[in-house]
Structures are given as C-alpha cells and as structure tokens.
Design a protein around this ligand. Structure first.
Ligand code: FAD
Length: 567
C-alpha cells in the first residue's frame, strides 16, 4: 500500500482534532493537514454542556455561526441542588433577567459573547469536522490508526485500517481517552485525586426544559442525591441528555445492573421525575468509568497530546470541552510558531505542556472541593471527608479560597482572575452556600498593599493571539506565576508606584477609564480588585493597616446577580 506524507497528521476527528486542524489551516493554508477518524460521523458522544470560553474559540475557527445555525439551546447557566441545604440555586453567565429576546440565528456579539451552547455532540462534532474539511484539512472517516511506529521519543509512521501508511512532520493525539499515541509512547499518567466516579446516561425524547429564558435560553440541571448526582442537559427542542454519576466504589457496593441504578436515581429526584413525566428514554444505557487523570508528558520530539488524551477532570464543572478546545488551539499555535522559527522550540513546547497540566490539575482540584463540600451526599460522608483530606483541603471558606486560588485564577485565562467561568466573587458566593458561613475578603479591612516579589524570578510566558505566540513577562515563585498582562499587569505597575489604597484606586480608575466605556469601567474596576484579592492570597502582595487611613470594606452578598437562589 502507498506511503503518504503530510505536515501534520491528527488522530481523532472529535473537537480536539477538528479545532487543531481548522486553526492550522486558517493561519497557514500551505500546511498539509490530515485528520483520521475511526468512526463514521455523525456519532453520539457524551460531553454536551459548554462554557462561554468555547464560543470565542468557535468564532476564531470561523464556525460559531454554523453552530448557532444548528439551533442548540443557549446555556445561560446552571441550576444546582448542591451544598449545605437542599435549596436550589443558579449560577448564571449573565443575569437571566437581562437576557434580551432576539431572533435566532443570532450573531456572535453583545449578550451572546457571555453565553455557551448545550450541544448534541453527534451534530456538533459533525459540524466541526466538516468545517475542518471546508478549511482545507483532508478528513478521512472510518479510518482508524491501527499501529504506530516509534523510535524513542519520535513518531515515525501511522498504519491505517485500510493498510495505508502515513508519514508526517508532526503528529497530534486527539483520540480522546483512548490516547492512541499516549499509550504507544508509554506516557505515564497520574491520578491526582481520590475522586473516581462512574457515569451512566441515556438520551430522552420530549423531556420538559426546566427553564425557558428568552429565545432558546435555558439552564442545565445538576441535582444531588444521597449517593451521587444527576445531570439534565436539553440538547434541542425534544432531545435531552440525562446522566447519573456516583463514586465507582459505591457503584460496586450497590451490586445492581447499571440500568436499575440509573432508573432508581431518576425516580428518586423529584425535579427530574417531573421533567421526564411525559418523556421516553432511548432505552440504551451507556456507562464510563475512565476518570480523572493527568498525562505526565504532553509533548515530544514531533508529537502532541491534545484534548482528553492529555487528561480528564470530573465533569461536575462542565470544563472538559473547554480544556479540550483550549489545548487544541494552543497545540495548533505551537506548531504554527515552530514553523516560523522565531521562538526557541523547547520554550514553546515546555509552555504548551505546562499550560495544559496546570489547567487540568486545577480543574481536578476544583472538582475535589465541589464534591467534598456537598452536604447533600448523606450516604457518602466518609468518602467526601477522604477526598478533602487527600487533597489537603480544609473546608472553611477562607482556606478553600486560598487552596483553590493558588494558580487557578491566574492560569485559566491569562490576565484575568477566573477559573471554569467562576471569578473570585462568584467563588466566594459558592463557598458561602456550601459552608453557610460568610466568606470574607483578604483585602477587606486593609489599606496598605505592598508588592512582594521576594524570591520571585522572571520568566517569559506565551500569549496566543491571532495565530501568533508572543512573549509576556511573568513573575514565578514556587509553583505560582504572576503573568504581567491584563489586570495583573495594571496592578503591578500601580503597586510599583504606591501602596496606599486610595492612590491605588485612583490610578486604577484613571487607567481603566481610558480603556473602557463608562458603563464597563466599574465592572473592570471590580474585576481588578478581585485580581488584587488573588495576589494577596497567593502572597504576591502583603496587606497592612494604617489606622489613620480609610480601609477597603468588601463583602460578598449571598444573593448576587449571577449566583442566587433559583428563580
Ligand atoms: C461522563 C462524562 C460527562 C462529560 N460531560 C461534559 C460536559 O458536560 N461538558 C464538557 O465540557 N465536557 C464534558 N465531558 C468531557 C468531554 O466529553 C471531553 O472533554 C471531550 O469529548 C474531549 O474531546 P476530544 O476531541 O479530546 O475527544 P473525543 O471527543 O473523544 O474524540 C476523539 C475521537 O478520536 C477517535 N479515535 C479514537 N481512536 C482512534 C483511532 N485509533 N484512529 C482514529 N480515530 C480514533 C474517536 O472515534 C473520537 O471521535 C464529559 C465526559 C464524560 C466522560
């Protein structure tokens, strides 16, 4: 059989594969990119509830409009039964009351930049793979990679199910949890958590949507039971994904067929039972127990792991697809930049790996907190205590914030304090709900803020923008990094001039007024203060009090615009 040569060969046509391929071709149409997919699309896949960060990548890929045209429900947020009490609460990406009615398909602007999609993966993955093809990738479905030839850290050839052999200059493992290259290359994986669950799910026809917000808007439902939780994700006007997740250990103890466990779980949850009263299930249960893991190595001589082949965090925070799309984007940018030969190859590869590992680790840690703090798991109390203990987590809101903020808020989106869609204010509100105790601000009650760069080194970090990677400076101390971009850069600049909060506020407002419209300046100012909170809890800034001067007075209302009792 023939031997064909490509610049980049991608194993897997899921979101990781199609995102990498599309962005490679968008920014360097001369590259010969091949995507190999063993299945025939459309094919079902779990992982349907997205975060708004994905929408920006879809727009960059040039396919947000195509996804919008599929008329998927617009995710405004989620309703949870989770925490100390059984009261329902919402976490919204934008205030539901402010969501304006507008006809669909809409454009990627205004309010839609703050929303996400709830996607039927058989349709979504198909749109993305076709889009990769429309952008010049050669896509071969029903073509599995059956064997990989390697020589130490180098991939030499791929053998395909049709007997063909493929050579490429770069190889991407986008094969999902199977991890075709990861396994052949013997890449070790670690399981940095005791959170090992099992999921059982099916698809339903004619379930009611729990909420109908404006045109096409809704919330996913996350409902705790005594020994697990249920996801309820409308995927279209009539199709809904409903799954049940519980600890793998508990599942074994139940000694029942998964079908029975699933049906009993749904029946025992009053809200879900009501929503499916007139619905029918497909009657084909699916399960998975491959759970949280992290690959030790994500990049080699001529290969990259992207998407779920690199690692997996429990789906409670619906971050998997975001981690997937972001890693695929950064893999594409890294290859594009390697081709440019402007930056050192080792630096580029090191940061690709470091970025993904930090994010996946932090999302695993975030999920640990989420489970450990759920008082609704009445049958899993010891399990939850063990997770908290193993993660080194004390469940007071202050300790938890410090634990989560370490690296989390500075790694997800450089320059902003946010992780998985939560900024420090929303995180504190969640902690208040979980602990039923006020969550204080570290910066409140102080008025002198001194930059503390003792022991910090400087390092260049990559910024991924418009198809190019640029270097920005960052301070690094132990595992922490303080990227000198966005609000962090503005604060460092100001803190180099003054430590007095009144002057800090005045300088900050002056700088933000020149960059933002009047209505956005206050929002930006609040966000900058949240970055200051993160800098204090990470030790980049020390806070003191001068009794003669006014202090910062901050508090977190339990009922906020975005996190509030369900309405
Ligand atoms: C129970 C559960 C619930 C989840 N819920 C959510 C959620 O609500 N929100 C969210 O954001 N994420 C969620 N996720 C995570 C989400 O599913 C993944 O992040 C996402 O599917 C990863 O995309 P990928 O492209 O890396 O892999 P995949 O989507 O798995 O795609 C990999 C592709 O590679 C192909 N392939 C495999 N082997 C070969 C081979 N040898 N040759 C050629 N092709 C091959 C496969 O056929 C497949 O199409 C969930 C995951 C699980 C397990």
């Amino acid at each position: 059989m023939s031997n064909k040569n490509y610049d980049v060969a991608i194993i897997g046509g899921g979101p990781a594969g199609s995102t990498t391929g599309t962005l490679l071709k968008k920014y360097n149409p001369n590259l010969e990119v091949l995507i190999l997919e063993k299945a025939k699309f459309p094919r079902d896949h779990v992982g349907e509830s997205q975060l708004p960060q994905i929408s920006a990548i879809l727009q960059e890929m040039g396919c947000w409009d195509k996804v919008e045209a599929a008329n998927f429900p617009i995710k405004i947020g989620a309703t949870y039964r989770w925490g100390k009490t059984s009261q329902l609460w919402d976490f919204d990406f934008l205030a539901a009351t402010k969501f304006q009615d507008e006809p669909r398909p809409a454009e990627y602007k205004g309010q839609r930049k703050q929303t996400a999609f709830q996607v039927d993966r058989s349709v979504y993955d198909n749109i993305l793979l076709d889009h990769a093809q429309d952008n010049g990738c050669e896509v071969r479905q029903e073509t599995a990679v059956t064997k990989v030839d390697i020589e130490t850290d180098q991939v030499k050839n791929l053998h395909l199910s049709n007997g063909e052999q493929i050579n490429a200059r770069y190889y991407i493992d986008a094969s999902g949890h199977i991890g075709v290259l990861r396994r052949v290359l013997g890449v070790e994986t670690t399981i940095p958590t005791r959170l090992q669950n099992i999921a059982i799910w099916d698809y339903w026809t004619n379930a009611e949507w729990a909420d109908e917000i404006g045109v096409g808007g809704t919330r996913v439902q996350v409902m705790s039971l005594a020994h697990g939780w249920i996801w309820f994700i409308p995927l279209g006007p009539t199709r809904t994904s409903i799954g049940f997740i519980c600890p793998a250990e508990h599942y074994k103890k139940l000694k029942k067929p998964p079908e029975d466990i699933y049906q009993e779980a749904l029946k025992s949850e009053p809200r879900i039972s009501e929503l499916i009263a007139n619905a029918t299930s497909r009657g084909k249960i699916e399960t998975t127990k491959d759970w949280s893991f992290l690959s030790e190595k994500l990049v080699g001589e001529n290969w990259f792991l992207a998407g779920e082949s690199a690692g997996f965090a429990d789906p409670i925070l619906a971050a998997g697809m975001t981690l997937t799309h972001v890693s695929a984007k950064e893999a594409a940018y890294t290859i594009l930049e390697l081709e440019q030969q402007k930056h050192d190859a080792t630096w580029l590869k090191h940061h690709y790996e470091d970025n993904q590992k930090r994010r996946i680790k932090q999302h695993i840690r975030f999920a640990d907190y989420w489970y450990a703090a759920n008082g609704q798991f009445s049958d899993l109390q010891k399990h939850c205590r063990d997770i908290a203990k193993d993660a080194g987590l004390k469940l007071t809101p202050e300790e938890a914030f410090r634990w989560l903020s370490q690296g989390g808020f500075t790694n997800d989106i450089l320059g902003q304090a946010v992780i998985g869609g939560f900024d420090p204010t929303s995180m504190k509100q969640v902690m208040q709900r979980f602990a039923q105790k006020d969550s204080s601000w570290e910066i409140s009650g102080y008025n002198i803020f001194k930059l503390n760069l003792e022991g910090a080194k400087q390092e260049d970090l990559p910024v991924y923008n418009n198809g190019r990677i640029e270097k920005i400076k960052s301070y690094v101390k132990d595992e922490q990094r303080l990227p000198l971009t966005g609000f962090y850069a503005a604060l460092v600049k100001i803190l180099e001039r003054t430590s007095d909060i009144q002057q800090i506020s005045a300088l900050l407002k002056k700088s933000l007024t020149s960059q933002y419209s009047p209505q956005h300046t206050q929002v930006a100012f609040n966000h900058a203060l949240q970055c200051l909170e993160v800098m204090v809890s990470e030790g980049w800034v020390t806070a003191k009090i001068d009794k003669k001067k006014p202090k910062l007075q901050l508090s977190t209302p339990t009922e906020g615009a975005l996190i509030h009792a369900h309405s």
